[in-house]
Design a protein around this ligand. Sequence first.
Ligand SMILES: Cc1ncc(COP(=O)(O)O)c(C=O)c1O
Length: 129
Amino acid sequence: MLHYVYGAVKKSMEAYVTRAESNLVEVPLPFPVNSNDEFVSDFRKALERGKSNGNRVRLAVIDHVTSMSCVVIPIKELIQICRKEGVDQVFVDAAHSIGCTDVDMKEIGADFYTSNLHKWFFYPPSIAS
Ligand SMILES: Cc1ncc(COP(=O)(O)O)c(C=O)c1O
């Protein structure tokens, strides 16, 4: 999960890994962002940490557009890395994406991609996708 993960998502992840007696690995992404390469490199390092001691990375949670820092994450590239590195599944928190950036679900290739329409489409809060 990225350092910029949305607070409620972070709390959910923490609750889940506590129950599952597992661990969370946080990717300490740089800010301000100078290049996608920096992101990718930090992400790779975090995956290595996650896989150390013979551990398996069950789920990668990646924001498409971060909430607080408003950064568009190179998710396609990060997901390809996850696939190569044997991460079981990838979840993309795309709450800010639809209406804000291009979204091609097939090209992105995530296992789960959730968004909502009450941000950039000005729909009522109950409209999620
Ligand atoms: C990145 C991100 N994830 C999740 C959420 C939560 O979305 P919702 O308002 O649909 O609960 C938000 C809301 O701002 C967000 O910015």
